[in-house]
Design a protein around this ligand. Sequence first.
Ligand code: DGJ
Length: 539
Amino acid sequence: MAAVRSRIALLLGLLAFPAIAWSADAPLPRLVQKDGRYALLVDGAPFLVLGAQVNNSSAWPAVLPQVWPAIKFIHANTVEMPVYWEQFEPRPGVFDTGVVDALVTECRKNDVRLVLLWFGTWKNGSSHYMPLWMKQDPARFPRMIGANGRPVDSPSPFSKEALEADKRAFVALMRHLKKIDPQHTVIMVQVENEAGTWGAIRDHSPAAQKAFESPVPAEVLSAMSRKPPGPGAGWKEVFGNDADEYFHAWAVARYVGEVAAVGRAEYALPLYANAALRDPISPGPAGSYESGGPTDNVLPIWKAAAPAIDILAPDIYMDDHAKVERVLELYRRPDNPLFVPEISNAPAYARFFFLALGHQALGFAPFGIDYTGAVNFPLGAKRLNEDALAPFAMNYRLVGPMMRELAQLSFEGKVKAVAEKKGTPTQSLDVGSWKVDVRYGVPQFGFGNNPPGNPEPIGRALIAQLGDNDFLVAGFHCRVDFQPSGPAAARQREYLRVEEGSYEKGKFKPLRIWNGDQTDWGLNFTSAPQILRVTVGTY
Ligand code: DGJ
């Protein structure tokens, strides 16, 4: 039965996503900004990354047969896959591009874009992806030294040799991509993976100590709006208790920024760095979260020290609504587009796709999407199967056909969206001169004045404004209802026209009109992927 369902889903997936017109003249993917909002242009138009990241050891040609069925099932338009330094540079200066070539070719065959993750000097704070010849030469490629004088399982950002080696390898990668991918299958590259350090706040090696006692660079002072207490003040004098942490952020960002800059000079794809987050509401002391990476408190340091990185991006593994929302707010900044390169694949996180859209995210990617049997429970789902993936598949199946339109509307600031929060059974959105209530847990038929909320918070809704009184409305497990606000607030709302339909080749194709029981109580969404074009009026 599961196999039959899987085959049907695969077929639907193929039908829902017509082949990408791969063209060797395709313009370079790039980020654009207007009125404080961003878009990722792919093939010259705004693109929404409906992403899926594979498990750490899945980006191998032999493993891809276990990857594609999950990617298809979830209806992703983009897959995120690592490039392993240890594989890419088996001997110093010798680059093996075979695996990368296979990833690019397979993505084209499977009609998805590719985001490559450079597992270089840092992977989750350690240097486990350095090639063997580097691991065997710790004098040239040293680990950090902790405050107690002992080595820490994290590379020193003050190793000039490691930096030069990483730069050479990353340049080789970007140069190769430029050569083999005029179609721009690869649309972005992540530089390192969760760079930083667990188990120590900063490096105490002699080189690091010297830099720590040297004057704080002017760009850091300016980024953090600090004035030194005296000429040439070192980190401790300027930043007090935050000095170790800020110093490490600067050291790591400068290193990653240098790697990014030389790669980008070869091939100017958008580049981003991902963060192992700290708790955005009660962060706790430095050392209780990864130090040195782009956590929310050091984003200005990263921006100043690594200008070649376009996006500082949060990896989200906390399922509390308030925390997720705060993370989205913190990483969406005038100087930083919001992109969620990793989020837990536990089913409860699927609704946050909508929350991310409501914060103008350029993309979203649950982690660990393949059928290799690898799982990151308790951060992610206990078992990765179709049941676990279904809530994510619903999202992408709904949005996939209108991805371009939605990305454009989002760039214009016309998309609002919510995800259900436990204990908050009604959420309201202000959309133009309308207040839109989203209620959870009400039956389809009858008033929904005291909604109980869904037994689990799985509801989500999005509203895109097409005109003063015209909207695209979609959602799952909720009721959406419009009320006039402002000068017309005393009047009654009427649904003048509610059409359900789908997007085909950029045009909304109506399928049927909703009326009667389907609109008298509001617009009720179940688990079906339904898009409504709604015209509202008042009397
Ligand atoms: C975040 C990392 O970036 C991923 O590579 C992976 O290790 C996950 N954590 C596992 O939860």
